[in-house]
Design a protein around this ligand. Structure first.
Ligand code: CS2
Length: 522
């Protein structure tokens, strides 16, 4: 049995394992982080660790809040908050290589569901200057197509009634800020690090909407005392598996109950509008501060997350377990590449073509990383919360300009097709999505509508019903070009399967390029 990693193990770690280059006993808490999962620990916490070492400013220790699960707290408490970050890729010989670093920026973790008061107190702690979040898209309890707070969300309804034990991140923030106001504490920054469109602005409007129901004066206080910078975050961080734990323990010589595994690539662009200072996140590489994060966020959601989801849905249906397997399937890779080049990149105006080309090639190489198995079904989760900003926003842009979007339509159709719960090999899986129940009913309604239609109308009728699901599609059912494209791609998936649908797209493209070009009138 190996001893557990903790503060006392640091002097005994192998030399090739990096470790906190500062005196951890002098670190004081400055950040409260809601949603202390693998992504935060591989991204913001790792950059904070480097920033504290490089700047010598040790006032930015992180107090983690896990909204529900005690698992991360249970793993890290006996380790004094320490854990290993394993960055993996393939070396020039194609063999996996891994760089290990023990991270020291996380001080302690509380579990909100067990002890909501402790979480509220962390937010209302005088030294807390930044409250950051990675609670995933669904953690904002908003309607994906509009960005509005869902008052019918069970956690939001609960939190309006129970100010002393909020369950949602939004409720937690508002009641925590109310305590700060009561105690006349200084301003604070709320920093969303989730893959949402305009994540800071979105968070701000959700917090203000909830606060308005609680107390008008609190709303005004928040407006005056809180900053909500937008940020773009990027690093591929699959869920940790048991073989990761075993491998890391083997190299450390100590047992780490929950290491995190990610790719070497990291990008973080943050608007430099903080209410009460910030760590030097940019000092040792990792983050950059800008005035406006919108172009970076749009680039990332469209050229990383959209294609990522496309690989995941189509790959899952082919029975492929990981995104790197999906990226290694030639037809699938060609399709995603074409979608990025021909349909997505042209919507990203203002970025030079060569920059987009480099970004695309790097993304394709990142997904292909054979040393980092990222399960297609993990990425496929919560599609109702992801598809709008990853794929539909791009389609809307193309619709506005009258441009075609068949490849994007196939990716959306792939999500809907995935929701049937079985792949082409006959494997079944459950749908993990906060709207799973409503989506199951929607699919059933679409089937009934299609069965009741004349055969020539069935595909269109089905697409019409599906596109009518407003929480995801908003008003897109009213756009005939969208419904037609969705109907066609869905029908191809149903009748030809994934590879058949991809072939059909390639045939369409070949036909188009052979068609005589219209000669402009003189
Ligand atoms: C992925 C993202 O799970 C998902 O939905 O698309 O987590 C993705 O790996 C990251 O955003 C990359 O930065």
């Amino acid at each position: 049995m190996l001893e557990r990693l903790n503060s006392e193990s640091l002097p005994h770690l192998p030399e090739d394992v990096e470790q906190p280059a500062y005196d951890r006993s002098r670190v004081t808490p400055g950040i409260v982080h809601l949603g202390i999962g693998a992504f935060h620990r591989a991204h913001q916490a790792a950059v904070t660790d480097l920033a504290m070492a490089a700047s010598g400013d040790l006032s930015w220790g992180i107090q983690g809040v896990s909204m529900r699960s005690p698992a991360t707290r249970d793993a890290l408490a006996p380790q004094d908050g320490l854990y290993t970050l394993a960055l993996r890729d393939a070396g020039p010989d194609g063999r996996p290589r891994e760089q290990l670093r023990v991270i020291g920026s996380v001080l302690r973790i509380v579990v909100a569901e067990e002890d909501p008061q402790a979480a509220l107190e962390r937010i209302a702690y005088p030294q807390t200057r930044i409250i950051s979040l990675t609670v995933t898209e669904k953690g904002y309890c908003h309607e994906p197509s509009t960005g509005y707070l869902r008052w019918d969300h069970p956690d939001i309804a609960h939190d309006l009634e129970h100010p002393d034990r909020p369950r949602s991140a939004i409720g937690m923030l508002v009641y925590g800020l109310a305590l700060r106001r009561e105690r006349s504490l200084p301003p604070v920054t709320l920093l969303s690090c989730d893959n949402l469109h305009a994540n800071g602005d979105t968070l701000r409007s959700l917090v203000l909407a909830f606060a308005l129901r609680v107390d008008v004066a609190l709303t005004a206080w928040i407006d005056k005392n809180c900053a909500f910078p937008n940020s773009m975050v990027d690093r591929i961080v699959p869920g940790t598996q048991d073989d990761d734990r075993a491998r890391v323990a083997d190299r450390l010589g100590f047992a780490d109950a929950w290491p995190v595994v990610g790719e070497p690539y990291l990008n973080w662009v943050i608007e430099d509008k903080f209410a009460a200072g910030r760590p030097a996140w940019d000092i040792a590489g990792g983050a950059s501060f800008v005035r406006n994060a919108a172009p970076y966020e749009r680039l990332k959601l469209r050229m990383v997350n959209g294609p990522h989801s496309a690989f995941a849905y189509l790959g899952s249906m082919l029975g492929l377990r990981t995104n790197s397997e999906a990226a290694a399937a030639p037809a699938l890779r060609r399709y995603v590449d074409d979608m990025m080049r021909l349909e997505i990149a042209p919507t990203l105006r203002g970025i030079p073509e060569s920059g987009l080309e480099e970004y695309r090639l790097r993304f394709l190489a990142r997904v292909a990383n054979p040393a980092l198995p990222h399960r297609t079904r993990q990425i496929a989760m919560d599609g109702s919360q992801k598809v709008p900003q990853r794929l539909l926003a791009v389609i809307r842009d193309r619709l506005r300009r009258g441009d075609d979007f068949n490849r994007l339509a196939l990716a959306v159709a792939a999500w809907l097709h995935y929701l049937r719960g079985h792949d082409e090999l006959g494997n079944t899986y459950s749908i993990q999505d906060p709207l799973a129940e409503a989506l199951a009913k929607l699919l059933a309604r679409a089937d009934v509508a299609a069965a009741a239609s004349a055969p020539s109308q069935a595909a269109h009728r089905r697409a019409m019903v599906l596109a009518g699901f407003r929480p995801v599609f908003g008003d897109m059912a009213r756009k005939p070009a969208f419904v037609d494209a969705l109907a066609e791609q869905l029908e191809r998936l149903r009748t030809l399967g994934v590879l058949g649908a991809l072939e059909a797209l390639e045939r369409d493209a070949a036909r188009q390029s052979e068609a005589p070009q219209a000669v402009p009138a003189a």
